[in-house]
Design a binder for this molecule. Structure first.
Ligand SMILES: Cc1cc2nc3c(=O)[nH]c(=O)nc-3n(C[C@H](O)[C@H](O)[C@H](O)COP(=O)(O)OP(=O)(O)OC[C@H]3O[C@@H](n4cnc5c(N)ncnc54)[C@H](O)[C@@H]3O)c2cc1C
Length: 567
């Protein structure tokens, strides 16, 4: 008698989504709407849905794009505010999951480490490691918000996980004011052993189409440069990605290092209770005041049914933000002058706007920071906060000494120094036994990869709301799946044009921010023209992805033997 244990056939899913954030839940809802017969599962490494909007819990956490464009195309944002706080966005994502019955499709605490495509079977074999209850951050209320959303068991199979760290230090929005630029990365990669109490157990599934909705940064560690003298500092040094629940800043002096979106959000929020908050930046960022409520939207919503009003307001905001972006690129001097003037009138008389709010680069070379109702400027005007542009010499027991010799007293230091970029959630991909090197691939329509069959990834716009692109990607995948079903195709693979020097091509995320420049080597590339080039232009993408052909630049393969036909 043989003592070999028969191998269990892994569970098969038509479409497997990795990540239950804004993009993953949106993708699943689109699939429910447009391809209801496809079986579907979402693997999520944490114990909650919401991704970014569940992970980040720092005071004041909010969107900086308007919710009429950050919301899904198919589900109106009905809240009065157009700039919303983190918990409201999390609830919106959770309510969407509930509305579409997605809870039963989500399998929590499974981090996908490897996906391997076989052309023979036209299937991905996906390996995930079961993560511990503390996986990345505060959200571990399994099933958060989804009606029946408990993480449930996954088909068998076992083997070693292949977590592969490729994180690279980034700063959000602008350079941070740290004295040293030695990135202090974690010892292990994001999928590395022991970063969050993984059980070591792996599970295996197969799927026909794989959607990576994994965001763009590492969840285990934010970017945090080493600060000279940090061990001398007596108070807590806190990164916004891991805000301690019990940190009380009431009546304390806080120095926030950074000048990106997170810093400009934190400073006015902390200043409500702190004795004083200083935003310490190495160089300035463009900051623009935007209304937290959209009065025109309110009027439109009063008179029209919710869906119609939402559609109109969404388009209004899309067109307005595109116009601002276009003006910034064509008339940078004019936009610079307007932004400078906006800051100057909102700040106290005599404030040195040129040092603290007038960057040397052009608007939209890096992301522009929006502050709702000018709350940052108000905090400065009222003397509760100030901005210092300088370099850190070192931390001392009770503050920060700057290169200029100035001293900033501090009880708490916040390192709003950004995120660590991570493509496709650290998953290793292989196609017919060969590892896919992401930087050697070309992004097709910004959402598939050359040479990688039946795979999509969701990366939002850098100059507009993430969800605008995420919605287009999901709808495109649905169109593609329907097309393939109608024509009996089993696989679709983008086929890149022959290009001389791939290394000279722009990366998928093409901003001049320090983090993108430093991380470019980790990302897929873009080609010189459509469908391989990203124009960061929603209107153009609507034409390309909603009504353009699904057959350009790809190779379809049909009649592939299914596993049960194999000898
Ligand atoms: C503080 C902050 C504020 C922001 N504000 C805005 C804004 O105002 N407007 C805007 O357009 N964008 C904003 N962004 C960008 C933001 O990330 C997107 O808006 C959006 O939330 C991204 O959604 P996502 O689902 O694609 O990714 P995420 O929110 O990052 O979710 C990804 C999910 O995938 C899971 N995951 C990742 N890898 C794996 C894996 N290997 N296996 C299993 N699960 C995995 C993660 O646990 C997570 O739940 C902001 C980002 C941050 C950090």
């Amino acid at each position: 008698m043989s003592d070999t244990v028969p191998e269990r056939t892994p569970e098969h899913i038509d479409v497997l989504i990795v990540g239950a954030g804004l993009s993953g839940i949106g993708a699943a809802a689109h699939l429910r709407r447009e391809c209801p017969r496809k079986s579907l599962a979402i693997l999520e490494s944490r114990g909650a849905i919401g991704g970014t909007w569940d992970l980040f819990r720092y005071p004041g956490i909010r969107s900086d794009s308007d919710m009429f464009t950050l919301g899904y195309s198919f589900r109106p944002w009905t809240d009065a505010r157009s700039i919303a706080d983190g918990p409201s966005i999390r609830s919106y994502v959770a309510d969407t999951a509930r509305e579409y019955g997605l809870g039963r499709h989500i399998r929590f605490h499974l981090r996908v480490t490897h996906a391997s495509w076989s052309s023979e079977t036209a299937r991905w074999t996906v390996t995930a490691v079961r993560t511990g209850p503390g996986e990345h951050g505060p959200g571990h209320e399994t099933g958060h918000g989804a009606e029946d959303g408990s993480g449930h068991g996954t088909g068998g199979g076992s083997g070693a996980g292949h977590g592969k760290g490729s994180g690279e230090g980034i700063e959000e929005g602008a350079e941070e004011a740290s004295g040293g630029d030695a990135g202090r990365g974690p010892e292990d990669g994001p999928g590395g052993p022991g970063d969050s109490g993984d059980s070591g157990e792996t599970v295996t599934l197969t799927c026909s189409f794989l959607m990576a909705c994994t965001g763009y940064y590492r969840y285990d560690e934010g970017y945090r440069p080493a600060l000279p003298g940090e061990h001398d500092f007596r108070g807590p040094i806190v990164h916004p990605q891991h805000w301690p629940d019990d940190l009380d800043h009431t009546g304390r002096r806080v120095v926030v290092i950074g000048s990106g979106a997170t810093a400009v959000t934190l400073v006015p929020a902390l200043a409500e209770k702190a004795e004083h908050v200083t935003m310490l930046q190495r160089s300035p960022t463009y900051v623009a005041a935007v209304p937290s409520r959209d009065r025109l939207a309110d009027r439109i919503r009063r008179h029209l049914p919710a869906r119609t009003a939402y559609r109109i307001v969404r388009w209004k905001n899309v067109l307005f933000s595109m116009a601002v972006y276009r003006l910034s690129r064509r008339r940078p001097k004019l936009v610079k002058a307007l932004l400078r003037r906006g800051a100057a009138v909102a700040l106290p008389a005599g404030f040195d706007v040129d040092t603290h709010f007038a960057p040397s680069y052009d608007p939209w070379d890096q992301r522009l920071c929006a502050v709702p109702d000018g709350d940052l400027f108000r905090a400065v005007r009222e003397g509760r906060a100030d901005v210092v542009t300088d370099h850190i010499e070192r931390l001392t027991p009770d503050g920060v000494t700057l290169r200029s010799g100035r001293r900033l007293p501090a009880d708490i230091v916040v390192t709003a120094t950004g995120l660590n970029l991570l493509a496709i959630g650290g998953m290793r991909l292989s196609v017919d036994g060969r590892d896919v090197e992401l930087p050697r691939t070309l992004a097709y329509k910004g959402m598939m990869l050359s040479g990688v069959p039946n795979f999509s990834l969701t990366v939002g716009y850098t100059n507009a709301s993430w969800t605008l692109k995420a919605d287009l990607v999901s709808r495109y995948v649905c169109r593609l799946l329907r097309h393939m079903d109608a024509h009996g195709h089993r696989a679709v693979t983008p086929v890149a044009p022959d290009l001389e020097d791939r290394d000279a091509l722009a990366p998928l995320i093409d901003l001049k921010s320090g983090y993108v420049l430093r991380s470019a080597g980790l990302l897929p590339r873009q080609g010189p023209e459509a469908p391989w080039r990203l124009y960061q232009n929603y209107l153009r993408d609507v034409r390309l992805m909603r009504s353009g052909p699904v057959t350009d630049g790809v190779r379809f393969t049909g009649a592939v033997r299914r596993p049960r036909d194999l000898p």
